[in-house]
Design a protein around this ligand. Structure first.
Ligand code: FMN
Length: 169
């Protein structure tokens, strides 16, 4: 039986949406994760930090930058210990300062990706994957990393068909 899992990080609260700052209940990346759940029957694992990121966008930007500068590995509420039962792992995240949020490093470093297919997706405000593909190659060693899907945060609600095409690639 082929089965798939989405490992993702997504932050709600104040966020860029449609080019302006708004308070949103569901993060942009989570919208895409849920499409994958619906379209591919994937399980979902949401990476969540013990200390939540600030709701305030500008404060969050600051906290995230500092965490990246010290290569922090924030503690998670829950850890995924293994991905043995899955063939395909969708790895989804917002572009934070050019790459994955550090919480994704915390989680991905704990897993053995040998022999897995990894399909990365990112939501962003203009920088696409940034340098995250390089980081993913290190984090998912032993995996076959397939072509990624990059979606502007403001278009996630229009992206379902794009996600479907990408899943079927
Ligand atoms: C801390 C932080 C850093 C960000 N850095 C970038 C960036 O470097 N490039 C970019 O295009 N977007 C950046 N963004 C915008 C997010 O990538 C974008 O809003 C994304 O869709 C948020 O996804 P989420 O709602 O799932 O958290 C940043 C957002 C935050 C909160």
């Amino acid at each position: 039986m082929m089965s798939s899992l989405v490992i993702y990080f997504s932050r709600n609260g104040e966020n860029y949406f449609g080019g302006e700052l708004k308070n949103i209940e569901k993060g942009n990346t989570e919208v895409i994760a849920e499409y994958i759940q619906e379209l591919d029957g994937a399980d979902l694992f949401k990476v969540e930090t013990v200390i939540p990121y600030p709701d305030d966008y500008m404060e969050c930007i600051d906290v995230a930058k500092k965490e990246q500068l010290v290569a922090g590995r924030p503690k998670l509420k829950e850890y995924l210990d293994n991905i043995d039962q899955y063939d395909t792992i969708y790895v989804g995240f917002p572009n934070w300062w050019g790459t994955l949020p550090m919480a994704m490093f915390t989680q991905l470093e704990k897993l053995d990706f040998t022999g897995k297919i990894v399909k990365p997706f990112v939501t962003h405000e203009g920088s696409g994957f940034g340098s995250s593909q390089k980081d993913l190659a290190k984090l998912c060693q032993g995996a076959e990393i397939r072509g990624g899907l990059s979606i502007p945060g403001a278009s996630v609600y229009d992206a379902k068909n794009t996600v479907k095409v990408w899943i079927d690639e």
